[in-house]
Each structure stands twice: as C-alpha cells, then as structure tokens.
Design a binder for this molecule. Structure first.
Ligand code: ADP
Ligand code: ZN
Length: 616
C-alpha cells in the first residue's frame, strides 16, 4: 500500500480566510449610520457629535441622541429608537479637509486619531497575492511532473528509453536490410565495448541516417538501442528553433552529461537539418539560438571520445543542406542512406505490421506490396491500420483484400497530392528509360559496370536510377571514356524514343550532364577535332570559398562561341546515333529488362548479367 500523500491545499486555506473576513465585517461590526461628509459637518456644527476617531480613510464615531432628527424619514427614526435608544454610531468617508481639526476643537468634540491597525491590510496586500502565486506555481509544477516546472528550464527533456520499455528490435524493422546491416556493427560495439577497445578498433562517433520521411530512421535508431540493451536519449532538432537563446545549448550539454553518465548509451537527434543547416552569411538578427545550439553540439561531439560508449545517431531527410562542419571526421563521419523499400521490402514491412491483425485466409501480402510502389514504412503501417479500421467498422471477422483496396486508394490519393506515387504509365516509361541506360552501359567497354537499377521514386527529381560502379579510382579520363559516358547518359532518352516514339521530361538531368561533358571536352580538354589545342574556359571559380560567380566574361570571339556550340552539337549528335544503333540492335533485351524492372522494381547486377547472357 502506498501511503496517501498529505497535500497542503492552498485552495482550502484561501477559502477559509475569505469566509472569516466576511464574517467579521458583517456579523460582528456594530450597525453604523452611513453619513455623507456634508451631513457629518453639519452635525459637528450643531454639536451633535460626541466623539469620533479619525482613520486614514474614514471617520467613525458616536452621535448625540436625537442627532438624526430631520435627517432621516420619520419611520426610520422610530425604528432606530425602538432598537437601541438614542445614541448611535456613524461612519463617513473622509474628505481632504485641513480645517477639520480646528472645527472639531471649536465644537468641543472628543476626537482621536488612530494608528492604523495594519495586520489585516498587510495580509490582504502582500500575503494573499503571494499565496495565490504559490498556489499557481504548485499547480504548474504538479502538471509538468517531477522533471518540469519553472526550475527545470534548460534541463533536458530527453527521455530515457530503456530496452524493456521500448521493446523495439531489428525484428520490427523490415525491408531496409542494407541500412540495418551497417548498424549491426554498432550494436556489437555497444554490447561489448571492451572487446573493441582491446582490438583498437575505431568506432564512429556519429552516424547520420539519411532518408525520406517515414522510412524508419527513428525506428532503426530505437532498434539499435533495443538490440544493444542500452538507454536511448532523444532530442529533435526542431525543438530548438523557437527557443530562448542559450536554452538549447544548455539542453544539449545536459543531454550529453546524462548520456555519458549512463554509458554505454545512444543519443538520437531527429531532424538534424533543423539545427544543422549550413551556417550561411548571418542574416541580420539571424538564427542565434540555432547556431549556439549547433556549436554546443559540435563542441560536445568533439569533447568526448567513443571509448566511453556513447554513440550519436542523427536523422535527416535533407543531408544536402547540412553544415559541412557536422560531417567532418570525428563527427557524423558515417552516413547510412535509407532508401524507400522495394517490392520485397514492402511485403516484409506489411508482414511486420500485420502480425497483430487477423487477415482473411488467402490474402496475398505480395500483391498488396505490388500495388504500393513509393510507399515508405510509415505509409504501409498506416495502410494496415486503415484497412483494419475499415474491416472493424463493417463488422468483419478478418481484414480482407477489399479493405486493403479501399485503404490503398485512400492513401494513394493523399500521397499523389504530395506527388510521391507514380502511376503505371509513368512507371513503364521510367522502366524503359533506366533499362536503356543500363544496356548502353553494359555494351560500352569503357563505361562503368552497372551495379543496380531501380525504378523506385527517390527524392524530388529522380524517378529511378541506374547505379554504376567504377572498377577503379580514376583521376584521368580519356576521350574514348568520355564518349562512352555520353552514350550511357543518352541511353535513357533514346530508349524512350524507340519504344514510345515520344520523349518525356524525365531525361532532363541526363541531357544537362551530357551537355556539360561535351562542353568540357571542347572548352577545357581541347578534345575537338576542328578547334585545335586552345582551351576556352570560363573564368575560374574559387575552389573552396563560395564566392558568387563573377559575371560572365568571355575571352573568345562570337565566332569561336558559335564554333564551340557547333562542336557540342556534333558530339551529342554522333553519340545519339551510336546509342540508337545499339539499342535498336538490342531491342529484345531492352524489352525484357524493362518488363523485369516493372515487375521487381529493383534489378541487381547478378540478375542483369544473367539476363544479358541469356539474350546473347
Ligand atoms: P522516420 O524517422 O524515418 O521519419 P519513423 O521511424 O518514425 O520514420 O517511422 C514511422 C513508423 O513507420 C514506425 O514507427 C513504423 O511503424 C513504421 N515504419 C517505418 N519504416 C519501417 C520499416 N522499415 N519496418 C517496419 N516499420 C516501419
Ligand atoms: Zn536517366
């Protein structure tokens, strides 16, 4: 049994006090006639006042019998006489009247001043407000809990999540195996820090998880803590944006102190970009608070060593805008990219989230996964929830395909507004486009090999991507290699032309890059056949300082400019013809690869090589 806590209730105390005061003034005060000051003066002159007491604000006293004759109506006087005989008390408000004392002396009135009896007014003026404030404060403290309250500003709000309370493990994280794999090493270290220390292994201080919202960054961080069985401290970068100057920094300091006390532990900073946006030229009255907090964070990261077993995980969906200082060695020097899940990943995530849901027999989660390209983990969790709610509303015993269909439609409509889901026609175009890049790359001996092709939408611009892996580090590139690179870039666009007889806007980035390569081949590397060995570079830009580019000053004539443009056109034109020939010859393979992509969304190198061998 817990002892019942004895609480001092301010409310009761104040209520009792008020009742007391009212009783005193109404019940125990004698009846007094309320006179106006002019009536009082008249009575003084007539000698009807026997004695009085001068207070600061009021005059109280006694009237001679019969004094009120003529002042009050007849019946009232009768009533007074019956009640208490002749003399009665009076009260009047005091008016600024310097001659009063002289008049009183002349009228031979007994009068006295009074030293104010102040206990009551002091109580009212000071103690009561103090009590009220105290009461409010007590209320606030109780509401904020033991950690909060006015005394706790700057104390970190980071909550301690211990393994048992979150219970998140890698079991709960599905479909992002690559990212998970990279974090397993950290779990290992947190479990047995001594073993790593003995071997002198260098463990990263900070790991940055980069990925679209809802891809499971927070979940993954919690799972690392859960798997390792260490405390999890978390903070969100956006919490600092609106704070008082200095509070954010204090909080960061406190967070790290707590985390080191409980080491080994994990500190998780969500929305790092809100805090760590590149510190530009300071806007007037700029973001002092954010900057101070960021500086404190950097200082803390530099100030402790991993030996102690504190690992910082941070999440962002905009790694490109982070302050470079954050990414320096010894800080967030390791980055883990979390992609949107592919078809099989989505199926696994659905499996995780339907563990507690009764599914209709024969419901195919793979089919649902196929209908949800572009969905991230959070969308899928939402989908399962929505479908289950629908089934419950209709009084069904299990969630069936119809529930999922309706839920998908609803969520897709929501996501389409945010343009995160592509429709089947677009998906087909993207598949042929990427297949074109990949086939051209594989048919050019000097191009980098294809590592992975994906048509899962990614970020804002890219609808799909073909990832190439250089076979070795390169510092020099030959003309032939650059030409092959041009071909690969044009592969996507040409595939669209061949298959659909039309082109899409999807190739814009490719064409931009192809044009840049062609231009540089001519203006920088003098690889043109007609323009000779001169270079025609634009004014050089400072390499490390981000100085705005100086206005374009051309160091060559209009005619040369025209010749350069002509050369670029002819380089690109020749590349276009070569690529068209290649893809026309491999049309059947192109079709097969694109179909495979539409089906699986991601094709890895092994599958691609197999397919090429079969078609050869
Ligand atoms: P982020 O931090 O990347 O914005 P969260 O980790 O907060 O995303 O994910 C939100 C929710 O979505 C999680 O709590 C989980 O229910 C679900 N979720 C996201 N990714 C996955 C995943 N890979 N596997 C299982 N559930 C996931
Ligand atoms: Zn492309």
């Amino acid at each position: 049994m817990e002892p019942k806590q004895q609480k001092f209730s301010v409310g009761y105390f104040i209520a009792a006090l008020v009742v007391l005061l009212l009783l005193q003034s109404f019940l125990f005060a004698p009846h007094r006639e309320n006179l106006s000051y002019s009536e009082f003066k008249m009575l003084v002159k007539k000698g009807k006042v026997t004695d009085l007491v001068l207070d600061k604000q009021v005059i109280t006293g006694t009237l001679a019998p019969g004094a009120l004759e003529g002042l009050l109506p007849k019946e009232k006087l009768e009533a007074l006489k019956r009640a208490g005989g002749g003399a009665h008390a009076f009260i009047t408000a005091r008016v600024d009247d310097p001659g009063l004392v002289a008049e009183l002396e002349a009228a031979k009135v007994k009068f006295a001043g009074r030293v104010e009896n102040t206990w009551l007014s002091t109580l009212l003026a000071w103690v009561l407000p103090a009590l009220v404030f105290f009461g409010l404060w007590a209320l606030l403290v109780r509401r904020m809990g033991p950690q909060g309250g006015l005394m706790a500003i700057g104390k970190s709000k980071a909550k301690v999540y211990v393994e048992r309370s979150t219970g998140v493990t890698f079991e709960d994280v599905a479909g992002i195996d690559e990212a998970r794999g990279e974090l397993e090493e950290i779990v290992d270290f947190l479990r047995q820090p001594d073993r790593y220390r003995r071997l002198g292994g260098k463990i990263p201080k900070g790991v940055l998880l980069a990925g679209a919202p809802g891809t499971g960054k927070t979940l993954l961080a919690k799972a690392v803590a859960g798997e390792a069985g260490v405390p999890f401290f978390s903070l969100s970068g956006s919490d600092f944006v609106e704070m008082f100057v200095g509070v954010g920094a204090a909080r960061v300091r406190d967070l790290f102190a707590q985390a080191q006390q409980k080491a080994p532990s994990i500190v998780f900073i969500d929305e790092l970009d809100a805090l760590g946006k590149a510190r530009g030229v300071n806007v007037v009255g700029g973001h002092d608070e954010r900057e101070q907090t960021l500086n404190q964070l950097l200082a803390e990261m530099d100030g402790f060593d991993t030996e102690k077993g504190v690992i910082i995980l941070a999440a962002t969906n905009r790694p490109e805008i982070l302050d470079p200082a954050l990414l320096r060695p010894g800080r967030f020097d390791r980055q883990v990219v979390i992609d949107r899940p592919d078809l099989r990943g989505r199926e696994k995530i659905l499996r995780v989230h339907t563990r507690q849901v009764t599914l209709a027999p024969g419901l195919d989660l793979a089919q649902i996964a196929a209908r949800t390209p572009g969905f991230v983990g959070a969308d899928l969790a939402n989908l399962v929830n929505e479908a289950a709610l629908r089934a419950a509303r209709d009084g069904k015993a299990a969630v069936d395909a119809a529930d999922f269909d309706a839920a998908i439609d609803r969520i897709v409509a929501g996501l389409e507004r945010k343009s995160r889901v592509i429709n089947p026609k677009e998906k087909e175009i993207v598949a042929y486009h990427e297949a074109g890049h990949a086939l051209v790359a594989e048919s050019r001996p000097r191009a980098d090999r294809v590592a992975k092709i994906s048509i899962i939408p990614r970020g804002v611009a890219a609808l799909g991507y073909t990832q190439q892996q250089p076979t070795e580090d390169r510092y020099l590139m030959t003309r032939a290699e650059l030409l092959d690179r041009l071909d690969v870039l044009l592969g996507g666009r040409v595939a669209e032309e061949l298959v659909f007889g039309d082109v899409s806007t999807g190739a814009q980035d490719d064409l931009q890059r192809a044009t840049d390569i062609a231009r540089h081949m001519i203006t920088r590397y003098s690889m043109s056949e007609t323009l000779g060995l001169a270079t025609f570079e634009e004014p050089r830009q400072a390499l490390f300082l981000k100085v705005p580019a100086s206005p374009h000053v051309r160091e060559y004539s209009e005619r040369t400019a025209e010749a350069i443009d002509g050369e670029i056109q002819s380089l690109l034109g020749a590349a276009h013809r070569r690529v068209r020939d290649t893809l026309t010859a491999k049309r059947a393979t192109l079709e097969r690869l694109a179909k495979l992509l539409i089906e699986r969304e991601v094709v890895d190198r092994a599958t691609l090589v197999g397919l090429l061998r079969e078609s050869a």
